[in-house]
Ligand binder design. Structure first.
Ligand SMILES: Cc1cc2nc3c(=O)[nH]c(=O)nc-3n(C[C@H](O)[C@H](O)[C@H](O)COP(=O)(O)OP(=O)(O)OC[C@H]3O[C@@H](n4cnc5c(N)ncnc54)[C@H](O)[C@@H]3O)c2cc1C
Length: 385
């Protein structure tokens, strides 16, 4: 029994998956500091997730996947993140990609089926490479400098993408680019083994080091006509509910920090006190504040995820609510990590303490989409409409 999770596990299938992921997350937590300190991609964790069939979680059943919904996706991602945040964020991009494709069905069905089969049968890993130095975050609407030019029945693609999570482990990247002279954006499915695709190891950050969000360089990459899998669809797109894996990830970081601080409060007994510091009112106040922040963020995230699943007719209107979850959760997570470190004191700054990793990792949430200012303006626009 774990009151943090039990309340959100609603049926036997969720329970079954949760137990599998819970056992793996315990192992991920043991390795997290090593991957972080060495700045390496957690191949071992991802192999274990592959063996558990996790890569097929959000692939529709008709294509051989598990067909699980946004709700289960978020629940399991949160648990992985409490073990290792970099593993969770990485897998979140892959699974989120398939959840979006399953719900929107904008791809040619044969292309979608083929890609899904590559995941189900060969455990292929996929991510979107949408960020570039000149555009910054793609959510701000900049035009990619990566260009796709039509030559006969092929596309030839040139450009550089930054922040490509899982770069050393990917099998395919869905790359945004200008489509010929149309002045429009499109997304191209590029096999990582295609001639002209290279990874430049530029990922040297303090946060989420294990994601290996390196640069993806495309030099005269030649792909079939059918590689153009998505064309700009203007404003009719569904809100990007799959991005809830981001708040789930940073809530997981906060839960790990909270667990560490609560354990410390129960066991640290300085000789100036008759018992552990958990008996001190000020420490209890901080623990209560952590619980409050987590309660708010998690209730909001799970209720919005459940609404998305249970009320498909409401989806088009849910953009601002989904964005609000991200804002509330990532800021709450930062506050929880801060409180956890205040409870533990200077020991939280030791390189051997997982809290210093959580402190660095939780900051990355602020720079994953949607950014706080975009969330606030979207809520304001809804109110003013
Ligand atoms: C750990 C991690 C993993 C990631 N993984 C991926 C991935 O797999 N694939 C991928 O495509 N991307 C990925 N990203 C990139 C991410 O989605 C963002 O594109 C990236 O973090 C850059 O965002 P930014 O806000 O810092 O950059 P910018 O958009 O350059 O913004 C920098 C600052 O400029 C200001 N600013 C810029 N433009 C505007 C504007 N139009 N209006 C107002 N203010 C503006 C804001 O103050 C902002 O803070 C990842 C990022 C991180 C941190």
């Amino acid at each position: 029994m774990n009151y943090l999770y039990d309340h959100y596990i609603k049926n036997k299938e969720q329970q079954k998956w949760f137990e599998v992921i819970d056992a793996l997350a315990v192992k991920f937590a043991e390795r997290a500091d090593t991957y972080d300190q060495e700045g390496r991609f957690p191949f071992e964790n991802v192999d274990e997730l592959k063996n558990a069939g996790y890569l097929s979680l959000t692939i529709p059943k008709e294509f051989g996947g598990e067909g699980l919904s946004l709700y289960e996706f978020v629940l399991l991602q949160e648990r992985i993140a409490a073990g290792d945040a970099a593993t969770a964020l990485s897998l979140g991009w892959h699974l989120g990609c398939f959840l979006e494709l399953a719900e929107e069905r904008t791809w040619n069905e044969d292309m979608l089926r083929t890609l899904c089969e590559k995941v189900v049968q060969d455990q292929a890993l996929i991510n979107r490479a949408a960020t570039e130095p000149a555009t910054g975050s793609p959510t701000r609407g900049g035009m990619p400098q990566t260009k796709a030019v039509k030559e006969g029945d092929h596309w030839v693609i040139n450009g550089t993408k930054t922040f490509t999570s899982m770069a050393p482990a990917l099998d395919y990247a869905i790359v945004s680019a200008q489509v010929g002279d149309t002045g429009k954006k499109g997304n191209f499915l590029i096999p990582m083994h295609a001639k002209g695709v290279t990874v430049e190891e530029t990922w040297d950050t303090v946060a989420m080091r294990g994601t290996r969000s390196d640069d993806l360089v495309l030099k005269d990459v030649k792909v079939n006509e059918s590689a153009l899998v998505e064309e700009d669809r203007g404003k009719s797109e569904l809100p990007k509910a799959w991005l809830l894996h981001i708040p789930a990830c940073y809530i997981g970081v906060a839960v790990a920090a909270r667990n560490e601080a609560v354990h410390f409060a129960k066991t640290y007994r300085p000789n100036s006190l008759p018992g552990p510091i958990g008996e001190v009112p000020e420490v209890q106040r901080k623990i209560g504040e952590m619980e409050l922040e987590l309660f708010k963020a998690r209730e909001l995230m799970y209720s919005v995820a459940a609404r998305w699943v249970n009320e498909p007719g409401a989806r088009m209107e849910m953009g601002p609510s989904l964005m609000a979850v991200k804002h509330v959760a990532t800021n709450a997570a930062s506050k929880v990590v801060d409180l956890a470190m205040r409870i533990v004191g200077a020991r939280s700054l030791a390189m051997s303490s997982p809290l210093q990793r959580h402190y660095r990792d939780v900051r990355a949430g602020l720079h994953n989409p949607p950014m706080d200012d975009i969330v606030i303006s979207s809520l304001a626009n809804r109110a003013l409409e």
